[in-house]
Design a protein around this ligand. Structure first.
Ligand code: ACO
Length: 348
């Protein structure tokens, strides 16, 4: 069986910076509250018109492809992870394929939210390992800003999220013991509604009895009604404390699983790049695993939580800053809506 490696990496964040103080123009919040609970100082929002999840993904992909020393035509499979696609369907992978003038290759969208990039990387790894594809483009991109509730009602969710994109090219490697060592994926749908955006959706009420306090009215099909905007059900909904409690258990668990699979221990980790959910969650993981501060990379302070894009953006920034060197053991880990979680261990 072949080994796969990350051969090129890139990221793109929009130019529009919104500080915590900027958000106080729209909602009752404060820099102090946001920093204390999440560590976030500022985030980027895409241009309202013209900049989309796909166009940001394209910008990140161009850099990853160039750094992998291949051309767009050599990409033989596309995987695009996002929870904020340009269209309800088709997915962003085909839009990127069109935009980048790629061949008629397979194009797959992944809907695993904060774990989306790890799921996408794992799929790329399997395809490359089996010899099916040689250059798999993996993209994580989000334009959260179009669907957040920027009123005081939505502040617990909206202050956390930002826009951006990251991408990698996964290729086979002949170097023994190098590249992606293993990936580990999990889910538990029991708490699916604890972090969710229900519409547009085809649930037609069949799941709604599981959601406490759901407004007592007939909701059907793919409708997004004026009432949903008014009562807030049109926006993402999160039980922050439930997410926090589960995340601080599942992150360490899935990191230990990856280490055990490869007969390694926490002290072997050169750099842990956790999904940038919340700085407090990252700090909790660091403490639980007994890692030094310099063994964990965080950039949520600048970009907020960019969901499927957070790991590739952080991985690329860490690499550009010289924090990842040849031979380093890099651990990626994510937890998010679903709930889903996963990890990947890479010998750089
Ligand atoms: N600004 C000011 N006050 C706020 C804000 C805000 N942005 N948001 C909520 N509040 C208020 C609430 O209204 C509440 O006020 P009250 O006491 O008068 O009722 C008070 O702050 C406390 O609200 P809680 O929701 O209990 O706040 P909590 O301490 O749980 O912090 C947070 C919320 C930051 C979301 C926290 O639960 C958390 O970190 N959860 C983890 C979830 C997470 O990080 N999700 C990221 C996305 S999911 C992922 O990527 C895995």
């Amino acid at each position: 069986m072949l080994q796969s490696k990350i051969a090129g990496i890139g990221y793109y964040v929009p130019k529009n910076v919104y500080t915590n103080n900027d958000l106080t123009r729209f909602m009752d919040t404060s820099d102090e509250w946001i920093q204390e609970r999440t560590g976030i100082k500022e985030r980027r929002y895409a241009d309202r018109i013209g900049e989309t999840t796909t166009t940001m993904g394209v910008e990140a992909a161009k850099i990853a492809i160039e750094r992998a020393h291949i051309t767009n035509e050599e990409v033989d499979f596309i995987i695009f992870a996002t929870l904020s696609p340009d269209y309800y369907f088709p997915g962003c992978a085909v839009l990127l394929q069109r935009e980048m003038g790629m061949k008629e290759v397979g194009a797959l969208d992944i809907r695993n939210q904060c774990s989306g990039f790890i799921y996408a990387l794992s799929i790329a790894d399997q395809f490359v390992k089996t010899g099916m594809y040689k250059n798999v483009l993996v993209v994580g991109s989000e334009k959260h800003s179009f669907a957040l509730d920027f009123s005081t009602r939505g502040r617990a969710v909206s202050v956390i999220f930002g826009d951006g994109a990251g991408a990698v090219v996964v290729q086979p490697t002949a170097e023994d013991g190098k590249g992606i060592l293993s990936t580990h994926l999990h889910s538990d749908g029991a708490d699916a509604e604890k972090l969710a955006m229900y519409y547009p959706g085809a649930s037609s009420g069949i799941w709604l009895d599981k959601i406490p306090d759901w407004p007592d009215q007939e909701l059907g099909g793919l409708l997004m009604t004026k009432e949903m905007l008014e009562d807030g059900t049109a926006f993402p909904n999160m039980d922050g404390q439930a997410v926090f409690k589960k995340a601080v258990v599942k992150f360490p668990e899935v990191i230990h699983e990856a280490l055990a699979k490869n007969n390694l221990k926490t002290s072997d980790i050169s750099l842990l790049i956790p999904h940038q959910a919340n700085l407090r969650i990252s700090q909790f993981i660091q403490k639980t695993l007994g890692l030094r501060e310099d063994q964990v990379f965080n950039n949520i302070q600048k970009y907020g939580n960019t969901t499927a894009a957070s790991i590739p953006i952080a991985l690329c920034e860490a690499w550009e800053e010289g924090k990842i060197k040849e031979g380093d053991l890099v651990c990626l880990a994510a937890f998010g809506a679903g709930f889903t979680w996963g990890s990947a261990l890479i010998r750089w």
